[in-house]
Design a protein around this ligand. Sequence first.
Ligand code: ZN
Length: 237
Amino acid sequence: MCFQCVVPSRRRFLSLTATCVATAGLLPRALSAATSLSPDQALAKLKAGNERFVASPQLCETDLAGQRGAVAKGQSPWATILTCADSRVTPELLFGGVGLGELFVARNAGAMADTAVMGTIEYGAEHLHSPLIVVLGHQRCGAVAAACDVARNHTRLSGSIAPMVNAIVPAAIAVKGKPGDFVDNAVRENARRTATKIGTQSLIVKELVHEGKLKIVYARYDLDTGVVEFLSEPGHA
Ligand SMILES: [Zn+2]
């Protein structure tokens, strides 16, 4: 269930659609300004969205045409998500049906912060003023599992997959032999390392964090339950 269509009845849907149409002309200018959400408010909004997704997961009848028109001339995403390319880990859905123009998303296998991703994240933070960066790993990640296989069995991978997975191997080696599930431990460690890399290697991000305008957190998505567990909060790492 999404932000726009809280009650999925036909009458309610028609009412909401009419409201969206009536206000659509006012939205583009308002939405092209930077979000007014603080880093903590953005984080709370993501958490509430994931709770909706877990409690009542369904594709809703969002007025996508209205949203498309509203954000066509400019975007002001209120959170940046770096996550895996895995087809089961779709940020707009697992954070509660977030529509067009709300999340700034970078995805690749393993959710790694290579040069393209670092630039993407910096653009989101500096130019779009997104106040929150979430590095989101996930349960049973194939890329991380491959890195664990390399770390444990020295498996050779082909093509560009090899250097891509090699970037994850240090995280796998760091948790090798520790109690618990090897791959899941590596997923958490990889997300932590990636968040740390973004926060320490990007001067743009570093400065915005120092000014209190930006926050970086890392999390793990559970494929079985749909729950996003924020790992960088008190009680975790
Ligand atoms: Zn994955």
